[in-house]
Design a protein around this ligand. Sequence first.
Ligand code: FDA
Length: 453
Amino acid sequence: MTSDPDYDVVVVGAGVTGLTVANRLRAAGRSVIVLEARDRVGGRLLTDTLDGVRLEVGGQWVSPDQTSLLALLAELGLETYSRYREGESVYIGLDGVRCTFAGEKFPVSERTANEMDRLTVILDKLAAEMDPLEPWNHPDADRLDRVSFAAWLAEETDDAEARDNIGLYIGPAMLTKPAHSFSALSAVLMAASAGGFSHLVDADFILDRRVVGGLQRVPLALASRLPAGTVRLGEAVTKVEWDADGATVFTGQGGYRGRNVVMAVPPTLVSRVQYVPALPPVQAQMRQHISFGLVIKLHITYATPFWRELGLSGTAFSPYALVHEAYDNTNEDVEGETRGTLVGFVSDVKADGLLALDAASRRERVLESLAAYYGPEALSPVHYYESPWMADEWTVGAFGTSFDIGSLTRYGRHLRSDVGPLAFASSDIAGLGFQHVDGAIRMGEAVAARLLS
Ligand code: FDA
C-alpha cells in the first residue's frame, strides 16, 4: 500500500505508554491518533468507585526511584500522599507462628536473618552490575539466565525460611510467578530496574506514596491534553498492513494510515493482531516466551481501620499464607472517610488454587488468611472486591509480563527493535521502571524521541 498517510503516527493502546508517546509527538507538532480497545483510557490503571468505595483496581504506588513518574506528576499538577504506616507489622513464619515487629527486618531466627542479609548483599551487587536496559550484557548473564531463581537460591543457602522470604520479594510480590519458573537473571533485572534489591525489600520505599484522587488521573490527564478526537475508544486493532512507507491499522470501524505505528500494548497482546506481511520469525518466536504473571489484588473495606486500634500498621507478610502481603490502603485523601481498607495479594500457584473456587469460598479463604494476621475482626468487612485483570481480555494477567528461563538472553535484545514502520513500547519492556508506570513513561518518551529524530 502506498497511499499518503492520514497521520504521522498511529498509536495502538491508550495506557500510560501510548498516551505518553502521543503527548510528546503532539507537543512536537506531529499528527497522531490513539486507538484504544477499551471504552476508557488507562489500561492497567483504573481508579473506580464500587458500592461507594473508591478503589485502585490496578496500579497505585509511587516510589522515590520512579523519577520519570514523579516528574510527570509534577508536570500534570497531581499531588501525592504518604501510605499509612504507623504501628507494627505482622509476620507469619515457617513455624506458623504470628509475630509483630517494627522496621524492615522480619522477626526470624538470627541465622535466617543473617542469611537474608547475605542474600540481599549478593543480589544488590548483581543488580549494581546490570544495566536494566541490557540485562543480557550482565557479566554473568548466560549462567544466571539458565538457572531458575528458586534453584539459584537453593545453591546460595540451605536456610529454607531465608529462601522463601527472598523468593517472595521477586516471585509472588513482583513478577507474580513461582520462583522456579523464571531465571535468576530475570530476578536481578527486577531488582536492577528498581534501583537495587534492597529497595524491593523495603515496603516503605517501594510502596511509598499514592496519588490524590488515584493513579488513573495520570492517563486521564494525558488524554485530556490531546486535541478532541485524538483518542478513539472502543477501537480494537485487529490487523496491521505494513510496508517500507508506512502502515495501515484496521479496527472494526475502518483503517488508519500512519507513517509510523507504535504498538503500545503488552508484548503478549502484540501477537493477537494480524500482521501483513507477518512479523519476522524472531518477533513471533520471542513473544511465545513471554507471559503475564498472575496475582489477585484484593480490596477489603471495614467499618473502621480496626487494626490501627490494635497498634498495627496494616502491613503483613508471609510466604506461607494465602495472602502473602497486605497493607493499609485507606483513602487518606477522601474527606470524612471513616472506613478502613486493606489491600492484599494472592499470587501465582496460590492464585490458581483460589480461582478454582466459587466466589463465596474465595472470599471465605481470603478473610481467614487476613484474620490470621489481624485477628477475628478481619472476618467481617463491609465491602470485598477482587480485581479481575486475569480475566480481562485487554490485559490477561497482572502485574506485567516476563520471560521464561533462558529467554531473556536469547530474545531480550529484540524486544525494543522496530520492524519497518512499526515500533513497540510498554512498561513490560522497560529497563528502569520495568513493569511499573515509571517504565511506561520512560518507554513512551524513548519511542517518541526516536520517531522525532
Ligand atoms: P497498559 O496495559 O496499561 O496499556 C495498554 C493498552 O493497550 C490498554 O489500554 C489496552 O486496552 C490497549 N490494547 C491492547 N490491545 C489492543 C488492541 N489490539 N487494540 C487497541 N488497544 C489495545 N505500577 C506501578 O507503578 N505501581 C503500582 O502500584 C502498580 N501496581 C499494579 C497493580 C495491578 C493490579 C496491575 C495490573 C498493575 C500494576 N502496576 C503498578 C503496573 C502498571 O499498572 C503498568 O506497568 C502500566 O500501567 C502499564 O502501562 P502500559 O501503557 O505500558 O500498558
